[in-house]
Design a protein around this ligand. Structure first.
Ligand code: NAP
Length: 264
């Protein structure tokens, strides 16, 4: 299946709310002038529906992605993968450089601690799991299903793993519980969740964004400490924006340039 003739073909590396919002608004604004394809890694069993075309599964490293960009004649590459996607942003940078495809990194701003927050920064999820018993006995862990297994055997603590679905989570036991839920989350519900499970520690990645910030507000309100996993190293320098609106501006400029070139 191909998109509309003459349309600019855009590959969006997705798996985030930003990727979805970008595609929805870009299609609403530019209609048949664009042919967006969202690529998903395929980690979530039931991804929410997306407009435009969707491709599921990896490309086979940076070289595989470069082959795909060439084979599909991709005009623009938007890397809207999650701030904690360790490999894909690097692959995107390499493949874009190799093929000469304009690339934009869309990465939401990190959360920043404010008055009343009791954050303890850690360099990795592994470190968070190691340090968990030093900070709490009943933890809410929201690091995503992929790395949840690191919390399967924490001596002396009860761990509540929150994830979209149970795929990949270590099995439940008396001291390892699943909380299955998809954001966005609301501050009152997050406060109630912390109280219901008598949570005394929150473990999270510094993902940023509005959809899941309520847990931090709830932790602040209850004076609960937070083990905050800091972001991995960014990819090679290149155009980079923090908001969907800025990414849409970048797209509009690229489409305008193309229109001008076509007229000359
Ligand atoms: P990663 O370490 O950067 O990616 C691992 C491999 O998965 C990549 O090498 C690539 O395989 C494939 N992949 C990743 N993103 C892809 C995409 N959008 N489309 C097609 N293939 C993709 O990332 P990750 O941490 O495993 O995350 C996987 C996906 O989940 C990402 O799309 C990310 O946006 C989303 N996500 C991640 C987190 C998180 O905390 N890490 C949270 C929410 C959502 P090949 O090398 O074979 O191309």
């Amino acid at each position: 299946m191909t998109g509309p003739a003459g349309a600019r073909r855009i590959l969006i590396l997705g798996g985030t709310g930003e990727a979805r919002a970008f595609v929805e608004t870009a299609l609403a604004r530019h209609g048949p002038a664009i042919d967006p394809i969202t690529a998903l890694a395929g980690r979530t069993r039931t991804p929410a529906a997306l407009p435009g075309r969707v491709r599921i599964g990896g490309f086979g490293g940076a070289a595989g992605l470069a082959d795909y960009l060439r084979a599909e004649a991709i005009d623009l590459l938007i890397d809207a993968t999650h701030p904690f996607a360790r490999r894909m942003p690097h692959h995107a940078a390499e493949a874009a450089a190799e093929t000469g495809t304009p690339r934009l990194r869309l990465e939401r701003a990190p959360w920043r601690a404010g008055p009343g927050d009791r954050w303890h920064p850690v360099g990795s999820v592994e470190e968070a799991a190691e340090r968990l018993p030093d900070h709490g006995r009943r933890a809410l862990v929201t690091v995503g299903a992929q790395e949840a297994a690191r919390f399967a055997a924490i001596a002396g603590a009860c761990v509540h793993l929150r994830a979209i679905d149970a795929a990949g989570l270590p099995p439940e036991r008396a001291d390892l519980r699943h909380i299955l839920a998809r954001g966005p989350f609301d501050p009152a519900a997050e406060r109630a969740l912390l109280a219901r499970h008598r949570i005394d520690l929150l473990v999270t990645k510094n993902s940023g964004g509005a959809a899941t910030v309520a847990k931090l507000e709830a932790a602040r309100a209850a004076s609960i400490p937070v083990l905050m996993v800091e972001r991995p190293a960014p990819p090679a320098p290149g155009p980079r924006v923090e908001t969907v609106a800025a990414a849409l501006d970048w797209l509009a400029k690229r489409l305008e340039e193309r229109r001008r070139d076509a007229m000359n």
